[in-house]
Design a protein around this ligand. Sequence first.
Ligand code: PXL
Length: 276
Amino acid sequence: MSYKKILTIQDISCVGQCSLTVALPILSACGMETCILPSAVLSTHTAGFSGFTFRDLTDDMPDIQKHWQKENIRFSAIYTGYLGSTKQIDYVKDILQTMGTEDCVRVVDPAMADNGNLYPAFDMAYVEAMKVLCGAADILIPNITESCFLADVPYQETYDENYIRGLLEKLAALGAKTIVLTGVSYTPGKTGVVVYENGEMAYYQHDKISKGCHGTGDVYASAFVGALMNDKTVQESAKIAADYTVKCIENTQGDSDHWYGAKFETALRDLIDMVQ
Ligand code: PXL
């Protein structure tokens, strides 16, 4: 396994099992040196808790980047998630374009929406800025709701393969070469992920656990990047991330106190076995 330095840019939700508190341990378990650029610090995530604090770190970003440039620091992969502001997306785009090694892989999870709605902190100006960031990605990992906002396609609860193809074609027009679309369900009781590469769709279907839990998008994207950096193909990484995320949800269901996140730690051993 090669030892790679990965930068991940997303928020610190102090409590709630999402973003950096998920990405760091998962990427470390996958054998990566992980560097972070926190986009904001929140007391909790914003999906279900009320009265959370929010400190936006947008204004710290240019100086952090300048220092890294002075130290000649470069990253083998840059993976972005939940960001702090529309202005920040501009800075993050510059980091994506300038802070990578020659063969750097740029992965954007446009973490901004789910179940047909934008997360509370975001508006349509944020969506417009996110479209531009997606254009700077090699690989995009959206869910269906995010894809609809990014592609200006009306959100539907049920759909067929033609709808998904149309969505992916519009997303690809933003500029990302490869798209890993999560939460694609054609059949009750099943869900899965569509990998779109060079105009071709490949579908990996798995069981849908009736009670999903929050934060699984971050678990999925982090495991995907960890597998990819272990020289798995995009399709292999998409499958490994799906199998791992299902295991995390299985290990969480039945604990009604644990509504805010997935117990991803309980399946790290399985993930390590899968990426090796
Ligand atoms: O898991 C996505 C996410 C990340 N960070 C924060 C969030 C959310 C989803 O709601 O609120 C702060």
